[in-house]
Design a protein around this ligand. Sequence first.
Ligand code: C2E
Ligand code: MG
Ligand code: MG
Ligand code: MG
Length: 295
Amino acid sequence: EAKAAGRNTFRFFDPAMQAALDASASLETDLRAALAQRELLLYYQPVVDADGCMTGAEALLRWQHPRRGLVAPGEFIAQAEKAGLIGEIGDWVLETACQQLVAWSGDAATCHLTVAVNVSARQFRQPAFAERVLQIIARSGANAHLLKLELTESMLLADVEDVIGKMSLLKSRGVSFSLDDFGTGYSSLSYLKRLPIDQLKIDRSFVHDMLHTPHASTIVRSIVTLAHSMGLQVVAEGVESREQWDSLRQIGCGGLQGYLFGRAVPPQALLFGHQPLVAATQNHHLDLVDGHGNT
Ligand code: C2E
Ligand code: MG
Ligand code: MG
Ligand code: MG
């Protein structure tokens, strides 16, 4: 009996569990401070066309933590959702992305660039989500046609009428929608038919495996075909090698994103211009497929 109680007591005071609780509580406290103290940063990763020329960027959140350094979103977004902070963080991300669009609008080299913003499930479920986005766009003066919102498949399963309502309102003002990590969630072709989606983003796990695993390359090919036959744009995520790029060009994938073309960086570190983002000297495979007939 004493043994059992001892075990319970031991479990209750499990130092590892306590440490995890402390860490999570301090993460939440730190997150609240981060918002107030402007420790959040928005990085941008280039999105390029089949030739490697930049057409836009995906905004990716970073947290410049005073002790932990630069923290990736995978380590704090879920916690922010649980703590009820995702609304505020999401507003900040949208506001900052819209301000970036406005900053780019004044220059011929950047005025065509789109910005894609990730939306979390809880953020999208807020009843006034669409109105909030429109307010932020209006306040910033950004061109709504250059703003893309990235949703994930699981978010679309909730209340389809509600989802359609929000998307339709935003689309009527020019905002477009992208389905992120496509192929990893509950892909349902009937949702694709009913929802006003503009773009599919092929999850990087398929791109990662496509050169070595026949099924992965078949899936990539099928998603591209599906997208095209439904009139949707398609972007491949996680392109890291020339070989993947070549293969995706052959398949006809119109949009590409990945370390090959550039990591997420602060906006002032992005390189603009109408040249491909991969240096010409590295284009030793470009003669395989070239949309302009140049070899
Ligand atoms: P995501 O939207 O699928 O973003 C792509 C992630 O893949 C980014 O990680 C990016 O840095 C990484 N990535 C891009 N190219 C490559 C590549 O070639 N190879 C590899 N291995 N990785 C690549 P990151 O920035 O850590 O973001 C992770 C996730 O966090 C995002 O996945 C997105 O779901 C979420 N997230 C990022 N920013 C925000 C935000 O502002 N709000 C919300 N709600 N979620 C965000
Ligand atoms: Mg994304
Ligand atoms: Mg993604
Ligand atoms: Mg992904």
